[in-house]
Design a binder for this molecule. Structure first.
Ligand SMILES: [Zn+2]
Length: 108
C-alpha cells in the first residue's frame, strides 16, 4: 500500500476565490472555491452506492467560499462553506486526484 501524498501547504486565496494545494512532489493544484465545493465527497453530495454526484450546482452560490477549515486527523481537511454545507471531508488522497479536467461539465 502506498501512502497518500501529504500537502506541504494549503491556502484559501480569497481575493482570487481559489484554493491552492502545494504537494511535495506533484505540481501545484489550483481549484476555484466553487469547483471544490461542487466536488465535495460527502454522502449528501455523492450517492455512496452509484457514485453519482447529487449536489445541485444551481444551489451553490457563485461566490461560495470556505468559512472554516480544520484538519481531520492527519489525512484530511474538513471544510465548512459559506453556503452552510459542512460535512465534506477532503482526504489528501482525494485532493491529489481531483478530476480537474472534468470541471467544465460539472459547472453547467
Ligand atoms: Zn458535501
Amino acid at each position: 500500500m502506498t501512502l497518500s501524498p501529504v500537502p506541504k501547504n494549503l491556502k484559501a486565496i480569497r481575493e482570487q476565490q481559489v484554493f491552492e494545494i502545494e504537494w511535495p512532489t506533484a505540481p501545484l493544484t489550483r481549484i476555484a472555491f466553487r469547483d471544490l465545493r461542487l466536488l465535495c465527497p460527502c454522502a449528501a453530495c455523492v450517492d455512496e452506492f452509484t457514485g453519482e454526484r447529487i449536489v445541485n450546482p444551481a444551489m451553490v452560490p457563485a461566490d461560495v467560499a470556505p468559512s472554516a477549515m480544520k484538519y481531520s486527523g492527519n489525512y484530511a481537511l474538513k471544510i465548512s462553506w459559506t453556503d452552510g454545507h459542512d460535512t465534506g471531508i477532503y482526504t489528501w488522497d482525494y485532493l491529489s486526484k481531483l478530476p480537474l479536467d472534468q470541471l467544465e461539465p460539472l459547472r453547467s
